[in-house]
Design a protein around this ligand. Structure first.
Ligand code: ADP
Ligand code: MG
Length: 322
C-alpha cells in the first residue's frame, strides 16, 4: 500500500466533521476557524512502541491512546478539544494495521467532537505523535501554577489501574488478561478516558491542575514546583478501584497509585471555600473526585499514613532519561 492510500484510509475513518474546519486533510495545511475571542490551547505528545506501549498492543488501542494522552493534556488546561493532527511513523505499509489504528483514534475523536485535520505519514519505527488543539475563554485556563497553602488536593477517578495492568502483563507469560478484574485493568491501560468534562467543570474553581501521566507523586511535584508550595498526601485516601484491590496486595496497589504511570486522571487543587462548588460541578460532569491531601508552604511532596507517620515511596514516577 502506498503512502497516499494509507492517508486515504485514515481520512475515510476520521468522519467527525466540524463547521470550523474550513480545509481539512488533503491540502498542504489545515485551515481552522477558532471561535471569536477564544484562546487556542495547543499540545503534542508522542507514543513510541516499546516505550509508551508494549509492542504487542492492539492497533485500535494504540490509535485511541495516542489521542487520549493529548486530550488529557487539554483537559488539564480546562480546554474544550476541537482539532488534532497525527504524525505517524510505520515500519511497513500494513493497511489492516493502519485502518485499525485509525478506527481507534476516530472512536475517541468522535466521543469528544474532535476533527482530525492533518498529519504526516513516514516510514520508521512504530510511533505516533498527535498534536491536539482546543479552546478556552481568555483567563479561564487551568495551569500548574496557582496552588496555595491550605488548598485541598484532589484526584479524579481511581489511581494505579493502568500501572497494575502493565505489571500483570509483564509478570505473567499470558498475553491475555485472565480474570474480569484483570480485563478491566487492561482496559484502563489501553483505552484511557481523558477527563475532559472534569477539566471544563473545574474552570474558575480549581487553583491548579495537571493530568497524571507519570505517576501522582511526580505530577503533583510539578504542580508544587510551579506554584512554589508543597503537598501532603494521605496514603489511605488514595482512590483504588475494586479491580485493582482484587488483583494485587494493598501495599503494591498503593505504590502503583502513588508512582505508577498512565493514569490520565486529573490532580488538582481547590481553595477550601470552593470545595463544595467544585464537587457539585464535578458530579454534574459525571466524574467523581476525592480529596487526598493538602497544599502546604514547605516545598516537596510527602505521604503520610493514618497515624500521621511519613511513608517513603520507592519510586517517584516514570522518567524517560533516568
Ligand atoms: P505534504 O507532502 O504537503 O506534507 P502529505 O502528502 O504529507 O503532504 O499529506 C497530504 C495530506 O494528508 C495533508 O493534508 C496531510 O495533513 C494529510 N496527512 C498525511 N498523513 C496524515 C496522517 N497520518 N493523518 C492525518 N492526515 C494526514
Ligand atoms: Mg507531509
Amino acid at each position: 500500500m502506498a503512502e497516499f492510500d494509507l492517508i486515504a484510509a485514515i481520512r475515510a475513518r476520521s468522519r467527525h466533521a466540524r463547521d470550523d474546519v474550513r480545509l481539512g486533510i488533503g491540502d498542504d495545511a489545515a485551515l481552522l476557524q477558532p471561535a471569536p475571542g477564544m484562546q487556542l490551547v495547543a499540545c503534542t505528545d508522542t507514543l513510541n512502541a516499546g516505550v509508551h506501549f508494549p509492542a504487542a498492543t492492539v492497533p485500535q488501542a494504540i490509535g485511541w491512546k495516542a489521542l487520549a494522552v493529548n486530550l488529557s493534556d487539554l483537559a488539564a488546561m480546562g480546554a474544550e478539544p476541537a482539532w488534532a493532527l497525527l504524525a505517524l511513523s510505520l515500519p511497513q505499509a500494513d493497511a489492516a494495521f493502519v485502518e485499525a489504528l485509525a478506527d481507534g483514534l476516530a472512536r475517541l475523536a468522535a466521543q469528544h467532537g474532535v476533527a482530525l485535520v492533518g498529519g504526516d505519514t513516514t516510514r520508521g519505527p512504530l510511533g505516533l505523535t498527535v498534536t491536539a488543539l482546543g479552546q478556552v475563554p481568555p483567563g479561564q485556563a487551568l495551569t500548574r501554577g496557582g496552588a496555595c497553602a491550605g488548598d485541598h488536593v484532589l484526584v479524579t477517578g481511581t489511581l494505579g489501574d493502568a500501572a497494575a495492568a502493565l505489571v500483570l502483563w509483564q509478570a505473567g507469560a499470558q498475553v491475555l488478561p485472565q480474570t474480569d478484574a484483570q480485563r478491566a485493568l487492561r482496559q484502563r491501560l489501553d483505552y484511557p478516558q481523558p477527563r475532559v468534562a472534569a477539566g471544563l467543570a473545574l474552570r474558575g474553581l480549581a487553583s491548579a491542575c495537571i493530568d497524571i501521566s507519570d505517576g501522582l507523586l511526580a505530577d503533583l511535584e510539578h504542580v508544587c514546583t510551579a506554584s512554589g508550595v508543597g503537598a501532603e498526601v494521605e496514603l489511605e485516601a488514595l482512590p483504588l478501584s475494586a479491580d485493582l484491590r482484587a488483583s494485587l496486595p494493598l501495599a503494591q496497589a498503593r505504590g502503583l497509585a502513588l508512582a505508577g504511570g498512565d493514569d490520565y486522571e486529573l490532580c488538582f487543587t481547590v481553595a477550601p471555600a470552593r470545595l463544595d462548588a467544585a464537587q457539585v460541578a464535578l458530579r454534574a460532569s459525571g466524574i467523581a473526585a476525592r480529596v487526598i491531601g493538602r497544599v502546604v508552604a514547605a516545598p516537596g511532596v510527602r505521604v503520610f499514613d493514618a497515624q500521621g507517620a511519613p511513608c517513603l515511596p520507592t519510586r517517584a514516577g516514570y522518567e524517560h532519561f533516568a
